[in-house]
Design a protein around this ligand. Structure first.
Ligand SMILES: NS(=O)(=O)c1c(F)c(F)c(S(=O)(=O)CCO)c(N[C@H]2CCc3ccccc32)c1F
Ligand SMILES: [Zn+2]
Length: 265
């Protein structure tokens, strides 16, 4: 029976290591990016992000985040710091209860309102995502910070399905012509990268993070829609109101001597 975990109380991040030992490992995520300590690496080839848009995908509220599962073998990532080819599996986000918090990684101690993760698995080395998530170099997560600002029209293609997934295990099929590449910043050449872990249990240390420097803007109303998701499948009987899914970000973890590389000077 799977162990329950969450972001607050006894099942919160401070206790994850009790049931998920990897959570107490030496290369955990997220981390603070101290920009004065990053090291420029001129050897990175251009990042190659090839996503097709003719793919049907499904949006689910899994109680920890919303997850857009992608089942197209035409959505691939390679180049940059990566030695192999990775296939897009799903994307999701982390956010807070207000615009002042929500991202998992921080930059010089600054926390953004939200953080987008596009999870890819290494199809050159492994046969399935479930195998890859446990192995070194198995996973690559493209990451973009999100802040409150002008409306983002691309995000409306995702948010328009949120009414179907307000409750946990709610699922909605998205088969309109949507390309997740529209959620990324314009500048895709400037990024930081380091070796870390899944930021949710089982916290496997299998992830290469690639974090864009340019921050994406969405409106405060769009951020409020993230917070409209519920953390449980039924109304809270006693209080009568829904418990919303907010502050689903893990606190930053020790760097333990790791070096964050930069693709730019
Ligand atoms: N921040 S993150 O990128 O580390 C990250 C998440 F934040 C997150 F929520 C999920 S999940 O599957 O939606 C729910 C918890 O497993 C995954 N999913 C991972 C973990 C389990 C699993 C199994 C197969 C494929 C991907 C994943 C994840 F990699
Ligand atoms: Zn994530």
């Amino acid at each position: 029976k799977p162990v329950a975990w969450g972001y607050e109380g006894d099942i919160g991040p401070c206790n994850w290591h009790k049931y998920f030992p990897k959570a107490g490992g030496k290369r955990q995520s997220p981390i603070d990016i101290d920009t004065s300590a990053t090291q420029y690496d001129g050897s990175f080839k251009p990042l190659r992000i090839h996503y097709d848009s003719h793919m049907c995908s499904s949006l689910t509220n899994n109680g920890h985040t919303f997850c857009m599962s992608v089942n197209s073998d035409q959505c691939n990532l390679s180049g940059g710091p990566l030695e192999d080819k990775y296939r897009l599996l799903q994307f999701h986000c982390h956010w807070g209860s207000d615009d002042t918090k929500g991202s998992e990684h921080t930059v010089d101690g600054h926390q953004y309102a939200a953080e987008l993760h596009l999870v890819h698995w290494n199809t050159d080395k492994f046969k399935s995502a479930d195998e890859a998530i446990e192995k070194n170099q198995g996973i690559a997560v493209l990451t973009a910070f999100i802040k409150a600002g002008k409306e983002h029209r691309g995000w409306n293609h995702v948010l328009s399905h949120f009414k179907d997934i307000k409750k946990v295990q709610g699922t909605s099929t998205v088969n309109e012509d949507f390309n997740p590449k529209c959620l990324l910043p314009e500048n895709q050449t400037d990024y930081w990268t380091y070796e870390g872990s899944l930021t949710t249990p089982p916290c496997h240390e299998s992830v290469r993070f690639i974090i864009f420097k340019e921050v994406v803007e969405v409106s405060s109303e769009q951020l409020a829609q993230f917070r409209s998701l519920c953390v449980c499948s039924s109304r809270k009987r006693d209080t009568g109101e829904d418990e919303h899914l907010v502050d689903n970000f893990r606190p930053i973890q020790p760097l333990n001597g790791r070096v964050v590389k930069a693709s730019f000077q």
